[in-house]
Design a protein around this ligand. Structure first.
Ligand SMILES: [Zn+2]
Length: 449
């Protein structure tokens, strides 16, 4: 009885295949999962914890399908040279930064956005990590931070040939070791909720030689894992592939067997019809990151077209934020501009976050995520919200984009554990202490930069 958790009196938005808005209902959670959703009057027993969600909307925790924890230490750095294009942004900033990361940096730079994620109601994160001179052991360090905070994460190491052969070898080995660890643990900690999953990480087609790509593909296939790869993020990726490999980015990934239902192709800003068809045929998930794409001035992915072709398109933030509703709004405006149409793709865009990210997570986690249904993970958030206009299934999308997105997350629950309640963190981390430690490490890194 003590580990039961009852959430009562809120407006419940279930999301999932059959989205419903339930009033006068309660949710009972037990052993990290949702045990029962029913009219409140049916819950008459004593429960371990009772949360009163009056004045709140109760929803599944958000899922971020493309993230880079390690980018934390860039905040305010301003040391990189001005960059004229995407390639220069990588060379002047990101590839200089990741080379200087230590294992300790990996842990603390992950801990900070994980804490922020709890505050913004994001309970599952699919991360892509690079620290070429501290590659080995880096994913275990990040996993430690994930466990500490109590969220779910899929981790991978960003394999690339840009730092030479032995570092590429490290990248492959780091992926292999972490995938094996996650496979052997199945649902993560046998005593806790399933938290950690793994993918085989590849930076991008233009930084990986045929030889390395072949090795990565072989290792990934042997481990029966999917890949997580930046795909046609900038036009220069296509130009490089056409010039050096005689084919388009997606065609090259397909040639090596990288695509498939367990693979995430992040960005896909510059993919043509043929490439979209390949993504569809292979059932590869595409993850859209509009704020990052606009920030890097690389363009806007045509997610309406991809959705209409039947490609599963999810939403990530590429480390621009952990606030998924902020990213969702940017995605909406970007499609309007791209299509020169103020009504373009509202539902296609909304679906990336509220429906499709759950379908992507479902390809990795054994526990069902992203919907409030019996048997699903108790990954639940409460947001402050008194609906000022009618609130039901048909109006919910508008409330999410224009009301809830302007509100605050009050309570975050992951795997049945309350990680934040009434905006107070209840995790095993002192936020102020973590920021102090991060600042110390960031300062040292800036000096090495
Ligand atoms: Zn990225």
């Amino acid at each position: 009885m003590t580990d039961t958790l009852l959430i009562k009196n809120g407006f419940i938005v279930t999301l999932g295949e059959n989205n419903r808005v339930l009033k006068n209902h309660s949710i009972l959670c037990e052993d990290g999962k949702i045990k029962k959703i029913a009219p409140t009057k049916e819950f008459t027993e004593q429960y371990g914890t009772v949360i009163n969600a009056s004045g709140k909307v109760v929803m599944p925790g958000f899922i971020n399908a493309h993230m880079h924890f390690y980018s934390t230490f860039v905040r305010g750095m301003g040391k990189a040279k001005p960059s004229a294009n995407f390639r220069e942004i990588l060379e002047n900033l990101w590839w200089r930064l990741d080379k200087r990361l230590t294992l300790e940096d990996c842990y603390w730079s992950a801990l900070i956005p994980l804490i922020d994620a709890v505050k913004h109601g994001t309970t599952t994160i699919i991360d892509h990590h690079a620290s070429p001179f501290a590659a080995r052991g880096s994913l275990n360090k990040i996993a430690e931070a994930v466990r500490k905070v109590g969220l779910r994460a899929s981790l991978c190491y960003e394999l690339s040939d840009r730092d030479g052969e032995s570092i590429a070898r490290d990248g492959i080995d780091e992926n292999i070791d972490f995938i094996k660890r996650c496979n052997s643990e199945k649902d993560g900690d046998p005593n806790g909720p399933p938290q950690l999953k793994a993918l085989f990480g590849l930076h991008a087609s233009f930084t990986i030689t045929d030889r390395t790509m072949e090795k990565a593909a072989k290792a990934g296939h042997e481990l029966e894992t999917g890949f997580h790869v930046h795909t046609a993020e900038a036009k220069s990726d296509q130009e490089y592939n056409e010039k050096n490999f005689g084919m388009r980015v997606v065609e090259r990934l397909h040639k090596f067997g990288i695509l498939g239902p367990r693979t995430i192709a992040a960005h896909c800003v510059h993919v043509n019809n043929r490439e979209m068809d390949l993504l569809k045929e292979t059932n590869t998930a595409v993850v859209h990151n509009p704020q990052s794409n606009m920030n890097n001035a690389v363009g806007i992915a045509d997610i309406i077209k991809m959705s209409n072709k039947g490609i599963l398109v999810g939403l990530g933030t590429d480390a621009m934020t952990v606030n998924m509703l902020e990213e969702l709004r940017a995605a909406m405006w970007a499609q309007h501009l791209l299509h020169d149409d103020p009504c373009a793709g509202f539902m296609e865009t909304l679906s990336t976050l509220v429906f499709n990210n759950a379908k992507i997570a479902d390809r990795y986690w054994d526990t069902k995520l992203g919907s409030l249904e019996e048997g699903y993970a108790a990954d639940i958030i409460l947001m402050d919200y008194y609906p000022p206009t009618p609130f039901d299934e048909s109006t919910f999308p508008g409330h999410l984009g224009f009301g809830l997105s302007q509100s605050f997350v009050d309570t975050t629950i992951a795997g049945g554990k309350v990680l934040m309640e009434k905006k107070k963190l209840k995790i095993d981390v002192d936020e102020r202490e973590a920021a102090r430690e991060s600042m110390k490490l960031a300062r040292a890194l800036w000096e090495r930069f």
